[in-house]
Design a protein around this ligand. Sequence first.
Ligand SMILES: Nc1nc2c(c(=O)[nH]1)N[C@H]1C(S)=C(S)[C@@H](COP(=O)(O)O)O[C@H]1N2
Ligand SMILES: [Mo]
Length: 222
Amino acid sequence: MSKNDNLWGTIRTKLIDRKQEWAKEGRLLTGQRGDPLRQRLPPGQHEVKNWPVLDLGIQPRLSPDAWALQIDGLVSAPQVWNWALFQAQPQQKFLSDIHCVTAWSRFDNRWEGVSARHLLGLVQPLPQARHVMLYSADGYTTNLRLDHFGAKDVLLAHSWEGEPLTHEHGGPVRLVVPKYYFWKSAKWLTRIEFRADDKPGYWENRGYHNEGDPWNEDRYDR
Ligand SMILES: Nc1nc2c(c(=O)[nH]1)N[C@H]1C(S)=C(S)[C@@H](COP(=O)(O)O)O[C@H]1N2
Ligand SMILES: [Mo]
């Protein structure tokens, strides 16, 4: 390991520690509820025009050829999509806002990809399936309720603002779940597992809320 790797390792650990501290302290909590029909910004959020990069500091560089998505667990028709199969699915363009739990929001992001609704129609979850676990190439995981995953605005995105997603932002394919804090939107998505029981993911295991609705200010597990 080089000196730089060690330095980066230390910075990364500090960032993760700080986010865990925020959860313990309840940082940024306003105690208010928001109304998405009357406001654009959920409580405690501010708007940014740039697009910050947030992750665990490991940013896999996956070429589309090296990427595949496994869809398995409690489904009638498990799938493995390589890039060609993924591209062969119906493509959709969605517009949505990002709300990150570290308090920035970014409005009107133009995404393109394959909708979660389309995926659900193909794989047909079994009646026992109630939750999904998302797995990423950097070792990250996050959990969603099946009905939250199946909302009509959820997208497996490969493009943002008309350009392929950069690797920093989770390319070749990331999930976008607009109604929940952005930590639910797994970057470098490689597996979707359908489950009967719920299981916390990376941040859900470290003091963050299990569902993460920004309008309820579901920042932390408290
Ligand atoms: N695979 C993976 N996905 C991830 C993360 C991560 O560390 N690894 N971080 C999450 C968090 S906390 C946020 S805020 C968003 C950030 O996405 P961005 O870097 O494109 O803004 O990705 C989410 N998805
Ligand atoms: Mo985040």
